[in-house]
Design a protein around this ligand. Structure first.
Ligand SMILES: CC(C)(COP(=O)(O)OP(=O)(O)OC[C@H]1O[C@@H](n2cnc3c(N)ncnc32)[C@H](O)[C@@H]1OP(=O)(O)O)[C@@H](O)C(=O)NCCC(=O)NCCS
Length: 189
């Protein structure tokens, strides 16, 4: 109960400095093994150096309770090379250029469902200044998938298999700005 009353602010963060805390949030929200955390720490460290990276944290009493980051897609990035053939096969290859890729978005379970995820991704996309956004999500009816749909993301390619993961993914894309509740009407779900 006390936690629900704590103010949460969404603000830019230094991704490299906050990476260990971000991985704690991601572990609690998404489920990561210690080995995966170690690998992801290196990856996040590299992402922090990419041109145009935007990172936001949701902070409550100085603690990171959610975060999201992304960057303009670059075709030479590993993620882009994996999704490229899937998008090309469906005539969506143009979604790889001039688009903002949302790389990670996670909120601690006890802070979910109060608009933080939506605020994080919406603010990231606004700040990108780009006209479209893409991301990949687990290809299942998860809260994340539902949130992305409600913001205007649509399936571009599925299923997409990433090396070293068992679960199929979907690549989704949205025109920016993302939809808000008033755009969606009463039956946006
Ligand atoms: C995806 C994720 C980041 C969303 O974060 P979140 O903070 O719960 O997102 P929001 O609160 O903005 O929206 C989630 C739901 O809460 C609802 N909501 C938003 N504000 C609310 C409020 N003040 N009160 C009650 N509900 C609210 C939203 O309508 C939305 O409902 P819907 O799913 O029925 O549309 C979070 O579920 C998460 O971390 N999941 C695990 C990790 C993950 O899968 N990450 C994505 C990897 S691709």
């Amino acid at each position: 109960m006390e936690q629900q009353l704590t103010e949460v602010t969404v603000q830019p963060i230094d991704l490299a400095a906050w990476a260990p805390y971000a991985l704690e949030v991601q572990s609690a929200a998404f489920g990561l093994s210690p080995e995966e955390v170690a690998v992801r720490l290196h990856i996040v460290g590299r992402h922090a150096l990419q041109p145009g990276v935007i990172a936001l944290g949701a902070l409550s009493a100085g603690q990171l309770v959610g975060f999201g980051y992304g960057m303009p897609n670059q075709r030479e990035h590993w993620w882009s090379t994996v999704i490229e053939p899937h998008l090309e096969a469906r005539g969506h290859g143009d979604w790889l250029d001039g688009v903002f890729a949302v790389t990670e978005l996670h909120v601690l379970p006890q802070f979910q469902g109060r608009g933080l995820g939506s605020t994080l991704i919406r603010t990231l996309c606004e700040r990108s200044g780009l006209p479209r956004s893409i991301l990949s999500a687990i290809d299942a009816e998860t809260p994340a998938r539902r949130l992305y749909r409600s913001l205007g993301y649509r399936d571009l390619a599925r299923p997409v298999r990433f090396p070293n993961t068992d679960r199929p993914y979907v690549v989704m894309g949205a025109r920016l700005p993302l939809l808000d509740r008033t755009d969606r009407g009463p039956d946006f779900r």
